[in-house]
Unconditional design. Sequence first.
Length: 379
Amino acid sequence: MTAAITRRDLAVAACAGAAAALLPRPADAAPPAVGAPVPADALPAREASWYRKLPEGRVECQLCPRGCQVADAERGACGVRENRGGTYTTLVYGAACTVHVDPIEKKPFFHVLPGAPALSFATAGCNVECKFCQNWEISQFRPEQVAALWLPPEALAAAARQKGVPLLAATYSEPVVFWEYVRDAAAACRGAGVRPVVVSNGYIQERPLRDVLPSLAAVKVDLKAFSERFYREVVRGELKPVLKTIEVIRASGCWLEIVVLLIPGLNDSEAEVRALARWVKSNLGGEVPVHFTRFHPTYRLTNLPPTPLATLERSWRIANAEGLAFAYLGNVPGHPGESTSCPGCGARLIHRIGFEVLENTLKGGRCPTCGRTIPGVWA
């Protein structure tokens, strides 16, 4: 599918030196032209929304569970928020480093407008460091190290509408670190007839999560593992806040899907997968889709092999046995585990191969054979 903004567009948007500071522009300065390159010294300053001021000009970030306390002229752990004289500032608002049109199945969402395209965007930065990150070239770099274009929220929503794309997806890096941008883009979508969705690691505090959830159509959370040790050693984060995030999303009524990347020898044991499936069933119910996806060596984990198909299929069987109605397999094109079947009568409802939907027999969100309601965002 053709990209909305090509890699060439981004490549020519060279930044003004990796060591340059992101200096605030004068308050009366005109913003950059929409779609124009945003050099490091020209990004409009934007006050962050979730923080509190501390004595001696320090601030405490209240966006993610790290709760960074940041001195003047310093940044939080994510590298994209800076204390400027006691005012915490987001350095990536409106600075999209990648924008593409992708099939929604690529996120993956399997119960959100199957086969629909999504205008997908991201900024630099992340609040964890997964050793297996597929997009580390943007997630693990600071804003001044990544080329970006000025695309304010209204421009993103308008672009999706003009292209006839029904979904706007915050994805690729970590939307939590550009949460103000996500919030305002979601608000802009309301007037454009576009549904906003988020692909996140779920590492966020409850207040900012609740502030934005009502504006979202769906959230997919990457549940990295069901082990605090894995989160500590492989992700540089914590499991407990992610589980809380998942529970809050589910309780809010916003559509939720979960993805678990199975990494050989690290988070793929039968015991861990079974414990994860039981937690989902007990705390979220059996109708939340859970995707078990295949790992491929990348970033700091190039020494491990791809996930064996047998491991994926074993996890799929465990999830089904534990009462999860919509367990899926990912990164195994052509496998039956990619398709959606009715948990009532077993009829295949949505036939997928890779990111392509070959057939969708759902009628008004129901199985045409037995009439069972299939949960999701179908219209």
